[in-house]
Design a protein around this ligand. Structure first.
Ligand code: ARG
Length: 466
């Protein structure tokens, strides 16, 4: 049954928590990964305490050394975590207390509420940078694939129906833009994380003469000019979980992008499309059907997107309806965040690997894009250039398409006389629009899929991803 409390807060309790409660309430099993940030935060806090004279320089040095030693033990896997000490903060503080008498002064003017907020802000800055690097890796693989296949044309699709021809590289560069927005969103999250919570205390700061700006500077919570950034309201500081939502939202949107890219790849790798061969190293076979090669990496990317969305939903639900300020519910904010980080990072790596090993079937792409019907819009534009209003041109070309369908011939094989009979705007040269290279070259405006534009965009990404 209940024993005396091991916890740092045990003073007012005559008995410790039940074993069941300890198991239920511990978080060290998942928040121990905050240890490097917790140690960094405590070292900066101790430095500030010494700076304002609340501890001596000797005490600061002893705390600093003790924390560094604990950090090394944790990194080496030699530290004994104790779930009875609840969380990462109390585990480290107690371990320090056993080695360094001055440790008893470390928690001066600090609460676990501003401590955990600090740990998480340091974590978010780190996690965003890691994910951004992962996304850059996927973008580089994408650029390599686009450059290696710069002349390949495929049909672009709307409603999953063949619409108009595009350079394969143009399709890949659409993914590039999506990934780049994910990269940017993570940069925004890191920027928002860049405010120091320490000094907010449990809810209402402290009566002690601390120097919050000193701590902020020591932890790198500074603006572009090196000026310290400290949070402005102590209650908001310990209650705020917006960053968790922003980070998970960036992860969820990244997941949506991964899923859409994966879906394109799955379609392209199918026997119905055969535009690409996925690398064996990222596919698996069937235990029953010997001929199968399944696009598992892509399917898992699509599946992980559900998980990334779920993490955001968990956090939204967790935060809604909580009264200010800290409530213990908020301890549940960490698993979804860590999961989003871990899954998004491995997804970026898997996407890079899958793209790097992709083989494009140029012959199949050429066959798919050869259908002259893909240039029906160009035929309408031809009429427009000859003075026909677009709505009328659209209608006339529709009639030509119907004619070809009825005759069972390709659009560009209709007898010229039949086409001229449909609308007086058509001339003897009507079929020149079906020259695919010419049609692509005409799509030369910014953002269009013609070769000159795509070359410009590729050059842009080569510079950007250097
Ligand atoms: N493990 C706790 C959490 O992550 C640390 C903060 C505890 N604060 C408190 N008032 N019990 O939420």
């Amino acid at each position: 049954m209940a024993k005396p409390s091991h916890a740092t807060w045990g003073g007012r309790f005559s008995a410790g928590p039940a074993e069941l409660m300890l198991r239920f309430s511990e978080s060290v099993s998942f928040d121990r990964r905050l240890a490097p940030f917790d140690i960094q935060g405590s070292q900066a806090h101790a430095a500030m305490l010494a700076h304002v004279g609340l501890i001596t320089e000797r005490e600061r040095a002893a705390i600093h050394r003790g924390l560094a030693a604990i950090g090394r033990e944790i990194a080496a896997g030699q530290f004994t975590w104790d779930t009875r000490l609840e969380d990462v903060h109390m585990n480290i503080e107690q371990a320090l207390t056993k080695r360094v008498p001055a440790a008893a002064k470390l928690h001066t003017a600090r609460s676990r509420n501003d401590q955990v907020a600090t740990d998480m802000r340091l974590f978010f800055k780190y996690a965003c940078a890691e994910l951004q690097a992962g996304i850059r890796g996927a973008q580089r693989a994408l650029l390599g694939l686009a450059e290696a296949n710069r002349d390949v044309l495929i049909p672009g699709y709307t409603h999953l129906q063949r619409a108009q021809p595009v350079l394969f590289a143009h399709h890949l560069l659409a993914w590039m833009e999506m990934l780049d927005r994910d990269h940017g969103r993570l940069g925004d999250v890191a920027e928002r994380a860049n405010w120091c919570p320490l000094g907010a205390g449990a809810i209402a700061g402290t009566t002690l003469p601390i120097d919050r700006e000193f701590t902020a500077r020591a932890l790198g919570f500074v603006d572009a000019k090196g000026r310290p950034r400290v949070t402005r309201n102590s209650m908001d500081t310990v209650a705020d979980r917006d960053l968790f939502l922003d980070f998970a939202a960036a992860g969820a949107v990244f997941g949506v992008h991964l899923s859409r890219i994966a879906e394109d790849l799955i379609l392209w790798a199918s026997a119905e499309f055969r535009f690409v061969d996925l690398p064996d190293a990222f596919c698996t076979g069937s235990s029953l059907m010997p001929q199968k090669k399944n696009p598992d990496s892509c399917e898992l990317l699509r599946g992980k997107a559900a998980r990334l969305q779920g993490n955001l939903q968990t956090l939204l639900t967790l935060a809604k309806g909580l009264p200010l300020t800290y409530n213990r519910d908020l301890q549940e904010d960490k698993p979804p965040v860590f999961d989003t980080f871990d899954q998004a990072l491995v997804c970026a790596e898997v996407l890079a690997g899958t793209l790097a090993g992709l083989r494009v079937r140029a012959d199949q792409c050429a066959a798919a894009v050869a259908d002259p019907a893909l240039l029906a819009t160009d035929l309408a534009d031809y009429l427009v250039e000859r003075g026909v209003p677009f709505r009328e041109a659209h209608h006339a070309v529709g009639a030509v398409v119907r004619l070809a369908e009825k005759a069972g011939v390709a659009l560009d094989r209709l007898p010229t006389a039949d086409v001229l009979a449909v609308h007086p705007g058509f001339g003897a040269d009507w079929a020149t629009v079906f020259d695919l290279r010419r049609a692509m070259a005409k799509r030369r405006g910014t953002g269009m899929p013609g070769p000159a534009q795509v070359a410009r965009q590729l050059a842009h990404w080569r510079r950007e991803l250097r």
